[in-house]
Write a new protein. Structure first.
Length: 177
């Protein structure tokens, strides 16, 4: 398959050597934010994700947010109590699309489908991290194989499985029970 030539640079090369995305500055002007540490993390203490998703300039705001995630590694929003799972999924999908992920690429589905787990959901695009599931894992033969059966908690090893995949964004909501 040959690439289409444009000014002696193929579309294939154009995509490989794309310039880094630049912030528009709109988000910084409209949403108070600050770095959490010198090299990682940005907090948006008063911004509403629901408002970002529905604002007239939503694409610009979300693209700036995607760039900030890329530059800072992680962002935090407080008090998002009315944010739905559907809105979290929309946020993750749009952040990816607005920063270069193909529209045909959808949200990640973990190989251990939630619908097959006791504390999961019917939506395989949503991963539920459950202390009860962790306890079962600690009692399993897999835990014995890796020497984890004596641990009381997996908290020090907690992580998401796909936050590191390029062009995937994770949305995590902490629920305290």
């Amino acid at each position: 398959m040959s690439a289409v030539e444009i000014n002696s640079v193929s579309l294939e090369q154009e995509q490989l050597f794309r310039k880094p995305l630049q912030l528009s500055g709109v988000s910084s002007d409209t949403h108070k934010n600050f770095p959490l540490a010198p090299s990682i993390g940005q907090a948006f203490p008063q911004a509403s994700i629901q408002e970002l998703l529905t604002a007239p300039n939503s694409d610009v705001l979300l693209r700036d947010l995607a760039i900030t995630v890329s530059q800072r590694g992680v962002v935090f929003f407080r008090n998002q109590h009315s944010l739905t799972i559907a809105q979290q999924k929309e946020l993750a999908q749009r952040l990816g699309e607005l920063s270069g992920k193909p529209k045909s690429s959808k949200l990640h589905i973990h190989p251990l489908h939630n619908s097959e787990r006791e504390h999961g959901t019917d939506d395989d695009e949503v991963s539920v991290i459950s202390e009860e599931e962790a306890k079962k894992y600690l009692q399993s033969s897999m835990a014995t194989r890796y020497g984890l059966e004596k641990k009381k908690s997996l908290a020090p090893q907690w992580h998401t499985e796909y936050a590191f995949i390029p062009r995937y964004n994770s949305s995590i909501e902490q629920l305290v029970t």
